[in-house]
Design a protein. Sequence first.
Length: 271
Amino acid sequence: MPAALHCAVVGDPIGHSLSPTLHRAAYTSVGLDWSYDAVRVPSGGLARFVAGLGADWRGLSVTMPLKREALALGEPVTDRARTAGSANTLVRRADGWLADNTDLPGAAAAVRERWDGPVRSVTVLGGGATAASAALAMCDLGAREVRLLVRSPERAAATAALVRHHPALPVVSVGDLDGPVIGDVVVSTVPAEAQTPDLVARCRDVPVVFEVRYDPWPTPVAAAVGGRVLVSGLDLLVHQAAEQFVLFTGVPAPLAEMRGAGEAALSRGAR
């Protein structure tokens, strides 16, 4: 494998991202002399950015608002990215840029790391690309009922359609963010400022709380978990980044080192 290749996380905003910390720690752990940076790429700019990359670029981690643009650039596209309707990973191959979605296996692995109980029904707060990936991941774990609670139900139609097409054919409903929270797992993808005391209270009867955000931390939903199971945004980030690391390098990911680097960065407020 070439000694020095380049990777990056792209999105807007991007300054808060922990991805460089995790990937750089992984490179150091396995002895790869690779670079990994955070690059601000605004909405609508991904195709131009990718077209300008040299042959020494190996892969991109893609965050909001570029995940659907990444899917459109993929050649080829993995089944799970097509199922999710978005891609968070682009990997340079001989035949083009492979578009993949490691949020799906990452979310499933994050939950299973903390919870070995049943996942039969879930409530997902939010209706964007991350919500779609999380809902599909919960269907992979066994969920057959998915409730999407969103601030604008009409904007969640595309996400609901994606989840309904999961091979398990789950029953999917869409409601306002002030609706009832049910199930074995509640997944929060909404901003901390949208997590009102009333919403937090409605999450208290669900045994597993999966908060996909890690900054700011804890969010109101995460802070109210008490003795229940909490799956954090760092759990998700580490597992999806580990999947990306394997795609980029072909080397098994040093999960413990990646997690340790992320925890240390969060504890000191650094990236």
